[in-house]
Design a protein around this ligand. Structure first.
Ligand SMILES: [Zn+2]
Ligand SMILES: [Zn+2]
Length: 275
C-alpha cells in the first residue's frame, strides 16, 4: 500500500502542525487540541479504508461521489462518536452523544446526505449540523480523490474539478519571484490552479474591488475579500511560511473570522470546526 493511499504522513503533518500552532496561539489552542483528536481518528480510519478497498479491488470508482462503502464506515462510527464526545466543546459533544443514541439507519442517512451534498450547499446546512458526517467522511473523500485520475487542468473553474464542491481555501505556492494561487477543495482536499486576481465566488476581476487583509498574529494568512459579492476567501501563503499546513493553519485563523464578520464579509465555505 503506497503512502498517498494510506495518507499516514499527511495526517502526521497535520497533527504536528496543530500542536505547534496551539503552542504559539493561545486564542486557538482549544480548537486545535480538539482537532488533533479528530485528525488522529481520521488517520486510523484512512488506513482502514485503504486496507479494505485494497482487499476488495484496486480499481477506483469512476465517480468520486459514487456510493459509500458502509461496511468500512459503520463499524468505527460508534468509536468516532465517543472520541468526539470526550474531546469536543460541550455543544458538539452533546450532538455526538445524541447521535450515538439513534439507530444506525440515522447514521447512514446522515452520512449519505453529506456525501451527496457536502461542499455544495453547506451554507444552508450550517457547519455544526454537518460536522459529524464531514469529519468521518473527510478521509474517505481524500482517499477516493487520491485514486481518481486527474483530468487535464482546467484553468479557473470555481468548483473542484474532482468532486464538484466549492473551495475551502486558497493556497499560494512559491513560483518564480511570487506565488501561484491554488484553491483547496472543501470536500476532497484536492487543489486546482486559480488566477490570483479573481473572485472565486462571483468572478469579479477588478483589483480595486478585491481588498486583501492580513492580521498581525498570522502574517501568512490573507483574507481575500470581494466588495461585489461580499464573500471572502482565506488564502494560506506558503511563500511566507513554508511550514504551514493550509487545512490546519486555517483552524488557527480565528482573528480573521472576527475581522471579516465586522466588515460584513461572509465565508463561502466554513472549515470543519465552523469558523
Ligand atoms: Zn473536491
Ligand atoms: Zn465576488
Amino acid at each position: 500500500m503506497t503512502t498517498p493511499q494510506t495518507g499516514g504522513t499527511e495526517y502526521d503533518a497535520r497533527i504536528r502542525r496543530a500542536g505547534r500552532l496551539s503552542a504559539q496561539h493561545a486564542f486557538a489552542a482549544e480548537f486545535l487540541d480538539f482537532y488533533k483528536h479528530i485528525a488522529a481518528f481520521q488517520k486510523t480510519l484512512r488506513a482502514k479504508i485503504a486496507e479494505s478497498s485494497g482487499a476488495k479491488s484496486r480499481v477506483a470508482p469512476a465517480e468520486l461521489r459514487s456510493p459509500l462503502d458502509l461496511t468500512v464506515l459503520l463499524p468505527p462510527f460508534r468509536g468516532f462518536l465517543s472520541t468526539i464526545e470526550r474531546h469536543a466543546p460541550p455543544s458538539l459533544g452533546k450532538a455526538a452523544h445524541q447521535m450515538s443514541l439513534l439507530p444506525s439507519d440515522s447514521w447512514i442517512a446522515s452520512l449519505e446526505a453529506y456525501w451527496e451534498h457536502g461542499g455544495k450547499y453547506d451554507q444552508q446546512v450550517g457547519a455544526f449540523a454537518q460536522f459529524l458526517a464531514r469529519a468521518i467522511l473527510q478521509p474517505y473523500a481524500e482517499y477516493r480523490a487520491a485514486l481518481t485520475p486527474q483530468a487535464p487542468m482546467v484553468m479557473t473553474v470555481r468548483v473542484c474539478p474532482v468532486c464538484g464542491a466549492r473551495p475551502l481555501l486558497g493556497v499560494l505556492r512559491p513560483e518564480g519571484d511570487g506565488g501561484k494561487r491554488f484553491l483547496l477543495c472543501s470536500f476532497c482536499s484536492q487543489e486546482w490552479e486559480f488566477r490570483r486576481i479573481l473572485c472565486p465566488t462571483c468572478g469579479q476581476e477588478a483589483e480595486g474591488k478585491l481588498p486583501v487583509y492580513v492580521a498581525e498574529q498570522l502574517p501568512h494568512i490573507r483574507v481575500e475579500a470581494c466588495d461585489t459579492c461580499k464573500f471572502y476567501l482565506r488564502t494560506v501563503d506558503l511563500t511566507k511560511d513554508g511550514h504551514a499546513v493550509p487545512l490546519v493553519d486555517d483552524l488557527a485563523a480565528i482573528p480573521l473570522s472576527l475581522w471579516a464578520h465586522e466588515h460584513g464579509y461572509s465565508r463561502l465555505q466554513p472549515n470543519l470546526l465552523g469558523t
